[in-house]
Each structure stands twice: as structure tokens, then as C-alpha cells.
Design a protein. Structure first.
Length: 139
């Protein structure tokens, strides 16, 4: 019942509806599951942070699949070596995996977020004739 109630939060279509549904679920759970409701109140900003991004990004942001895949690949590469002589030797294959993933996600054919959806993050600006000082002050 609790997991079904949580899923209703992520089924909403706008960040306002998500926040309202989260408040409703927290109030509903307070009666029987007061610790879960208290946790929801404390973790509101972290859990609902995806709502500030464009809707097309939501599923990718709240999914842990890329992180799980990255950890699995690091584990697979580390098992081949077995024992590392020092910390730097352990970091080297991890860094290689992370850099390889970054290159894949940034490339045009396997891009994690499309260029069009990334353009939705920032409103278009007409500042072609702005000075460097004006651009820095605007940020």
C-alpha cells in the first residue's frame, strides 16, 4: 500500500502536482506510518528535485539504471585485477570506466540527454552584442 502511494507522486505531470501529491501522501501515511511520513517531510527537496527539470528528463533523472550499470562495469573491471597494490592503482580503472561512459553519453549517437531537451533548461537569450562583464553579471 505504501509503495503504491509513493508511485502516485511520480505519476503526476507537473512539479506543482508532484509537490501537492507528496504532501497528500505524507499526510495519509502520518496516521499509520509516522516514521515514513517524517522521512518524507525531511527528504522533500532531495526527492522532488527532478521536478525543476524539463519533463522529458524526469525518467532519466529519477532512474538509477545508469548508476547501477556504471557500478557493475567498475566491479567487473576490478575483479579482473583482483588485488590492488595501492589506492591510486584502484582508482585508475574506475577513472577509465567513468571517462569512457562520459564520452559515450556526450557523443551524438548515444547522448544521454538530447541537445533539444538540454536547450529547454535555459531560456534563449538575445545577448549577441553583450559585453563579457554584462554576461557575467547576468549569471
Amino acid at each position: 500500500m505504501v509503495s503504491a502511494a509513493f508511485r502516485t507522486i511520480f505519476a503526476q505531470v507537473s512539479s506543482e502536482e508532484i509537490s501537492a501529491q507528496r504532501d497528500h501522501v505524507a499526510n495519509m501515511l502520518t496516521e499509520r506510518f509516522d516514521k515514513a511520513a517524517a522521512l518524507m517531510v525531511r527528504a522533500k527537496e532531495e526527492v522532488l528535485a527532478f521536478g525543476t527539470f524539463p519533463r522529458v528528463h524526469w525518467r532519466q533523472i529519477w532512474s538509477t539504471n545508469p548508476l547501477e550499470r556504471l557500478n557493475k562495469e567498475i566491479k567487473r573491471r576490478s575483479r579482473v585485477v583482483g588485488t590492488f597494490p595501492n589506492e591510486a592503482a584502484a582508482i585508475r580503472p574506475c577513472r577509465a570506466v567513468v571517462l569512457d561512459n562520459n564520452d559515450e553519453w556526450a557523443s551524438a549517437e548515444r547522448r544521454y540527454f538530447s541537445e533539444a531537451s538540454m536547450a529547454d533548461l535555459y531560456p534563449p537569450r538575445d545577448d549577441d552584442d553583450a559585453t563579457l562583464g554584462e554576461l557575467v553579471a547576468a549569471q
